[in-house]
Design a protein around this ligand. Structure first.
Ligand SMILES: C[S@@+](CC[C@H](N)C(=O)[O-])C[C@H]1O[C@@H](n2cnc3c(N)ncnc32)[C@H](O)[C@@H]1O
Length: 309
């Protein structure tokens, strides 16, 4: 087997190439779009999630490289699975889990969807029932500008049911920007924070949760994924944790927020939330990983929690 430091060096170089080829928006958002696109190419009975638009959010240079170098693309995915066992599968599962939660919320009378850190999320375009519900897509202005151009090129124009809200969370006032763009605090809303919480400073996560708790209608809810605090502060001394920190440092998106192990219920209850339900890798494996997928590993460091307001 290749020496582990050579191996890590090879991966680091591959990420350097990714950074040179990727678009100007958030790099982790593009990486997630690549994973969704890859999973979506599998036959219907094999894929965990399905996002037919994901491929449009991957930079042409990356698609071209993967098409011309299928063996290298496969080797890169194998490297990723070796350095971060189960992480990419978690990302895929998270898409499916959030999709299922959105669908249940629509069935229960959802009136507004707010996607925080939307990146290249395509739910507002691919979940048919959402076309009758206003979706607010909140993201950093740089990434959102890339998204807007891609949406125009996929659909020919922006879609009436989607409202873009460019906000640099932490530097600008999320609540004010949402209200200016037509967000209605009395409506039954669902807030998504998919792949976002850990990139924000803890006080910014608190400000967001406070806004949601104080400004959403009866029956509203929130869903997010999170790391335990021990991963963020590095006290969890596993190789995979070190590898995640070094990848994100290279992407320029360091981890900042986590929730103390075993305290997610208290954390959200103290901030005004109830009916808190937490899901972990065991739940995901039981729900989604059967048949050809039964041996796919899912990282046990990340969890998904949803709660009512
Ligand atoms: C890992 S990506 C996830 C994107 C999308 N939710 C998904 O799952 O495909 C993180 C997203 O959070 C956004 N983000 C991170 N920090 C932000 C900030 N301070 N303000 C606004 N958006 C931010 C990034 O621009 C990016 O789109």
């Amino acid at each position: 087997m290749e020496n582990s430091s050579d191996f890590k060096n090879d991966f680091k170089k591959a990420i350097e190439r990714f950074l040179e080829t990727a678009g100007p928006g958030c790099k982790s958002a593009e990486r997630v779009a690549i994973l969704r696109a890859y999973e979506s190419q599998k036959p219907a009975g094999e894929r965990i999630c399905y996002d037919p638009y994901a491929i449009h959010f991957v930079s042409p240079g990356i698609l071209e490289w993967a098409a011309c170098n299928p063996d290298k693309a496969m080797a890169l995915q194998e490297m990723s699975d070796r350095l971060f066992p189960g992480l990419d599968n978690f990302v895929i599962t998270r898409v499916r889990y959030f999709d299922d939660f959105v669908t249940r919320s629509i069935d229960a009378g959802l009136e507004q969807l707010i996607i925080l850190g939307a990146g290249y999320d395509s739910r507002a375009y691919r979940i048919e029932e959402l076309k009758k519900i206003t979706t607010f897509e909140v993201d950093h202005p740089v990434t959102q500008a890339v998204k807007i151009e891609k949406v125009k090129s996929i659909f020919g124009s922006l879609q009436d049911h989607v409202v873009f809200v460019p906000v640099n969370l932490g530097a600008e006032d999320l609540g004010r920007r949402l209200l200016e763009r037509g967000y209605k605090p009395s409506k039954k809303s669902l807030f998504l924070m998919e792949g976002l919480s850990y990139f924000l400073p803890p006080h910014v996560v608190d400000e967001i949760l406070l806004f949601i708790a104080k400004n959403s209608g009866k029956g509203s809810s929130l869903i997010l994924d999170y790391y335990p605090k021990s991963v963020i502060d590095g006290s969890y001394e596993l190789d995979i944790v070190k590898n995640i920190h070094s990848l994100l440092a290279q992407l320029g998106e360091p981890l900042q927020f986590g929730i103390e192990d075993g305290t997610v219920e208290a954390f959200l209850a103290q901030r005004g939330f109830s009916q808190i339900q937490n899901a972990t890798s065991e739940d995901f494996k039981k729900a989604y990983f059967h048949g050809v997928n039964k041996d796919r590993a899912v990282i046990n460091l990340l969890s998904i929690v949803h709660a009512a307001i």
